[in-house]
Design a protein around this ligand. Structure first.
Ligand SMILES: C=C(O[C@@H]1C=C(C(=O)O)C=C[C@H]1O)C(=O)O
Length: 453
């Protein structure tokens, strides 16, 4: 397929989609059974989805990429041939994501990751709702019901769910940083000076690690461990080409659209977890009461409301609260709305929120480009799925990493405002690496270097 042109167009192309029940299996059971997937997705209150191969793949570059992906996917989904009685949970869905910047080049570690890429899986397994289903999708002039049915039967015959528990972590040989502690201090100090000078209000600066593993990366093990520790998070793994896998367990919903109901929220401002319940409560109390954290958070809430205003109505802000995860706690404000817009239009309106970009957005993006010494690629960008009716869910790809055989590159960042302290922000970033590092470290002496845990 020509990645610039998006979907190869074929006259009278049809999308044939059929579904069959499988023996029930967990998400990792599916992953251990059917081989290396191209997409994995699971979200709170949603089924797990694993996709193999592509009935169709759409890609698009530049600032218009959201609309282009939608148009190209709609062209495929428009010709859907699927029995009305087929289970809705197993309907065909496009899964994938976008790069953070529209000028993404897809080079270096991001080789194989276009500016956006979504697949309609050839084989799509959904599980986690009490039943496990396989859907086979085929698109193009050669798509036939007979071939689809054959593949369905073939998957069912091969399907003997393997529910073994994860092996012990692969271990870490070495860890290098994209940004030293001294460089970070300079970056944060220069940025707070720009903020004080009035150039901008807030910007999220990030960094990355290069981790070399002792044993090869196992996606089923990584997904299982992340699911055990972060059950309330959005777990994803995306491999748009034969190259690296981008995966993670993000706490941040960018947006869900289900019928006209829209769910989003502001997740910003971070402290660690206490060693004791008292210390933990004290940290949460500081998070709630500190004017620095409230400002850092409230600019995100206000901006998301503005971002939604053009694409949604009945925008309502819930109560700000503390959201506790394994190693950090965040301020979180839920936001709901109503909209007829396609979820990709909502994604376009919301990306990036100042939880991962900044304010004003253009100035923040400029500071990010001028300051960061690594390529964000798909980190902190929208990942998720959409269907034919324009429903879908997107997470912000945080607590994430790029992985190939024995190398992993985790990413993490922190919101910088006028009174940010470089050492406090450094410590916050180290905590945000933990979800990924804990998947790989054996606990036997491997650390990220400076004992900053
Ligand atoms: C940038 C990250 O997290 C984001 C930034 C936060 C902050 O600045 O407090 C909190 C949650 C996320 O919106 C990350 O995890 O890498």
């Amino acid at each position: 397929m020509d990645s610039r042109e998006g979907v190869a167009r074929a006259d009278a192309a049809e999308l044939v989609s059929r579904t069959l029940r499988l023996p029930d299996a967990s998400l990792t059971g599916v992953l251990r059974t059917l081989g290396r997937p191209n997409v994995v997705w699971t979200a709170p209150e949603e089924p797990g989805i694993v996709g193999y191969g592509a009935a169709a793949q759409v890609t698009a570059d530049g600032p218009e990429r959201f609309a282009a992906v939608r148009q190209r996917a709609d062209d495929v989904l428009a010709s859907l041939d699927r029995p009305a009685a087929a289970p809705a949970v197993a309907r065909p869905r496009f899964l994938g994501g976008f790069a953070f910047h529209d000028g993404h080049t897809g080079t270096g570690p991001w080789d194989g990751f276009p500016t956006s890429s979504f697949v309609l899986p050839h084989v799509q397994v959904v599980t986690g709702t009490g039943k496990t289903w396989v859907t086979v999708n085929a698109h193009g002039p050669d798509a036939s019901e007979a071939a689809v049915e054959r593949t369905l039967r073939d998957v069912r015959e091969r399907f003997a769910p393997d529910e073994r528990a994860a092996a012990s972590p692969p271990g870490v040989v070495a860890t290098a940083r994209t940004t030293s502690r001294a460089e970070w201090r300079e970056q944060v100090t220069a940025t707070t000076e720009r903020i004080t000078a009035g150039e901008l209000e807030k910007v999220v600066l990030a960094q990355a690690l290069d981790v070399t593993l002792v044993e090869a990366f196992s996606l089923p093990d990584a997904m299982e461990r992340l699911g055990d520790t972060y059950p309330s998070c959005f777990r994803f793994a995306l491999r748009p080409t034969d190259g690296a896998t981008f995966f993670g367990a993000s706490p941040e919903r960018l947006v869900t659209r289900a019928d006209r109901d829209v769910r989003t929220g502001a997740l910003a401002a971070t402290v660690g977890r206490g060693e004791t319940p008292d210390e933990d409560q004290q940290l949460a109390a500081d998070l709630r009461s500190s004017s620095k954290y409230r400002h850092e958070h409230d600019v995100v809430t206000e901006r998301i409301r503005d971002q939604l205003a053009g694409v949604a109505t009945a925008i309502e802000t819930g109560e700000r609260r503390v959201r506790k995860l394994e190693t950090v706690q965040h301020l979180f404000t839920p936001i709901t709305a109503s909209s007829d817009a396609h979820v990709l239009d909502l994604v376009e309106a919301l990306h990036p929120t100042p939880a991962v970009g900044g304010l004003p957005p253009d100035a923040a993006l400029r500071v990010i480009r001028e300051t960061e010494t690594f390529d964000r690629g798909w980190y902190a960008a929208p990942v998720g799925w959409f269907d034919r009716s324009g429903d879908g869910t997107f997470a912000v790809a945080l607590r994430s990493a790029l992985a190939d055989e024995t190398h992993v590159r985790p990413f993490a960042g922190a919101g910088i405002v006028a009174d940010s302290d470089p050492d406090t922000e450094w410590a916050e970033v180290q905590l945000k690496y933990r979800p990924i590092l804990d998947v790989f470290e054996t606990g036997e002496g491997a650390t990220t270097g400076e004992g900053e845990r």
